[in-house]
Design a protein around this ligand. Structure first.
Ligand code: ZN
Ligand code: ZN
Length: 591
């Protein structure tokens, strides 16, 4: 835990606010502390939280403030700062150790989120240097997809957001100062996606709606103004990007201080960024050893007439190259994925690994345009307030890729790798985990989700499936699994290397290609992702390690009573909170 950091940070906060006394009489814990905590934080805190975070609310399926397009002004940030500071003080009026285990975990989750948000607002300040922070498309698209109320009603809400769009982008231009060029270019691309989203389809929805002619005209006029505003922001960014080319821009590298702080917020129970990096360097060698053995096994099947290279990296690469040719045709990829999803659904049920909700089938769909630009596929789940819609495995159809890139993409996502990929994104990975999180009785724990837990679970799900017998230890599948897992390990090395060290584009790509056996295309994507994000890439390996180690201990401790279903269901029942908090809860539940 990062207790020390918390107290020193709070101390600084009190000084800043001029507090002389930390706990006032009114915020003293009442007689029934748990009940008071549940009332104050289970109800009032979240209500107030959604007022200052209306966009986040939409993603959680909470629509009470959905018509509010928040203008990113100084006033908005001051309000947020005040909110975070006041609630952190209220939270600290409770002695977490006197709360029951469920409330104790919520206390920890809220505390982490408030401190992280204050740090993001006042220290990291991404709102200043990352122009892709500003995009109106996401919430509007969510509102269009959700069925929480009639389309007409949702169009009115969207209409109000469209009216605020010009003010939104003009405030955004005021916020952006000395951005990094890669984030500026991302903002240009993604706002071009937003422009498409505000296109003819949306206009037709207004035209064919049940809204009065007066309302229709009003909102279509607002839509036109919104388009002008998005286009204006794009033009402004293009000019800015050119001038940054001359004057020099902020580096996209976070540097050791910000990196370590960010890492602590995302991985509150780990040994820290440096320790994880050291662990990853060792794990890389272990995995390469396993792949070496599998390459020997497969050599006699595929390359028996060829001389086996002495260099194990060259040997593994040659075997991977042969096995990677086993892949779908570009236009069949999405359909094959649907078949695989059905197979995985049947498998996890018949082997009793995890429970699936039969009323919420998990689907595959083409990724919405505005989300494209970072990865080939992702999991999209409804929020806990809106848990009646299904989750989706979003995929960019390979046949929409430039022709010269399709083959390389499909070799990377070949028949074997696609199985691991789908296990990770969908079953029993992200979609299953998020579906369980939505059923968690604690809204707090579902809403303030921890990326390390979420990615760690998906990586853990891959290993669990193979250990349970999925694929019957087929050497091709195992080889591709280790290659895939090696990505998590290399992600950690790359992320740390780029943001704390000075790892260059050439070095990153060489590592990914030579020791990760990935294509040039994947190496380029990884470099881009390392430029655009930080710490996120370490979460896979960090979360996996924590969960796997805990499961190993748990199995031993439970002996005969252990079943995968019991472990998985209980682990997932606590929501998307840091792994260490789940471990505490499970231990205290079984004392
Ligand atoms: Zn009340
Ligand atoms: Zn993932």
């Amino acid at each position: 835990m990062i207790t020390h950091f918390r107290y020193s940070y709070l101390a600084a906060l009190f000084v800043a606010l001029g507090f002389t006394q930390v706990v006032t009489a009114e915020t003293q814990p009442s007689i029934n502390t748990d009940a008071a905590f549940e009332h104050e934080f289970g109800e009032h805190f979240l209500e107030a939280y959604w007022v200052v975070n209306p966009d986040h609310a939409i993603y959680e399926g909470y629509y009470k403030n959905a018509d509010l397009c928040q203008i990113p002004s100084n006033q908005t940030r001051a309000n947020l700062n005040k909110f975070l500071t006041e609630w952190e003080l209220k939270l600290n009026a409770y002695d977490a150790n006197k709360l029951n285990s469920s409330n104790k975990s919520e206390w920890a989750v809220i505390d982490l989120d408030l401190r992280k948000s204050l740090w993001e607002l006042n220290v990291l300040k991404e709102w200043e240097w990352n122009p892709s922070h500003y995009n109106v498309a996401g919430p509007i698209s969510r509102l269009l997809e959700s069925n929480y109320t009639t389309l007409d009603q949702r169009l009115r809400i969207i209409g109000k957001r469209l009216k605020a769009t010009p003010a939104y982008y003009s405030a955004a231009e005021q916020c952006v100062k000395n951005p990094s060029r890669v984030h500026t270019q991302l903002a240009i691309d993604q706002n071009q996606g937003a422009l498409k989203m505000l296109g003819q389809d949306l206009e037709n929805k207004f035209k064919h709606s049940g809204l009065s002619a007066l309302e229709q005209n009003e909102y279509i006029a607002a839509l036109n103004q919104a388009r002008v505003a998005v286009l204006g922001y794009i033009t402004w960014l293009k000019n800015l990007d050119q001038s940054l080319g001359d004057t020099g821009a902020r580096s996209f590298r976070l540097g050791a201080k910000l990196y370590n702080e960010k890492f602590s917020f995302e991985n509150p129970d780990s040994l820290g960024a440096e320790a994880l990096y050291a662990h990853a360097l060792i794990e890389k060698e272990i995995v390469l050893g396993k792949m070496d053995a599998l390459a020997d096994t497969l050599w006699s099947k595929y390359l028996t007439d060829k001389d086996k290279p002495q260099d194990k990296l060259v040997k593994i690469a040659q075997i991977i190259d042969v096995v990677s040719r086993q892949h779908s045709a570009p236009r069949d990829y999405v359909q094959n994925l649907r078949v695989l999803m059905a197979d995985l659904t049947r498998y996890v049920s018949s082997t009793h690994l995890v429970n699936l909700d039969p009323n919420l089938p998990l689907g595959v769909r083409e990724m919405p345009v505005y989300e494209r630009g970072i990865s080939f596929g992702n999991a999209e789940s409804p929020g806990p307030y809106d848990a009646t819609t299904a989750g989706y495995f979003n995929i960019i159809p390979p046949d929409t890729y430039p022709t010269n890139k399709v083959e390389s993409l499909l070799r990377e996502y070949n028949t074997w790798t696609t199985q691991i990929f789908t296990i990770h994104e969908a079953i029993p990975g992200h979609l299953v985990q998020l579906q369980h999180a939505n059923q968690s009785p604690s809204r707090i724990r579902s809403v303030f989700s921890n990326t390390t837990m979420i990615e760690g679970w998906a990586v853990f799900g891959e290993r669990m499936m193979l250990e349970s017998g999925w694929g019957n230890d087929t050497p091709e599948l195992l080889l591709m699994y280790w290659k895939w897992y090696l990505r998590s390990v290399l992600n950690t090395i790359v992320d740390h290397g780029v943001h704390v060290g000075n790892m260059s584009e050439t070095e990153v790509k060489a590592l990914i290609v030579r020791e990760g056996f990935q294509s040039e295309e994947e190496a380029a994507i990884k470099w881009r992702r390392a430029e655009l994000s930080s710490v996120q890439l370490t979460c896979y390996f960090s979360g996996f390690s924590q969960i796997y180690d805990f499961r190993t201990k748990w199995k031993k401790q439970q002996g005969e009573r252990y079943t995968p279903l019991n472990f998985n269901e209980e682990f997932l029942s606590y929501g998307s909170v840091p792994v260490g908090i789940i471990i505490d809860l499970m231990n205290s539940n079984h004392e």
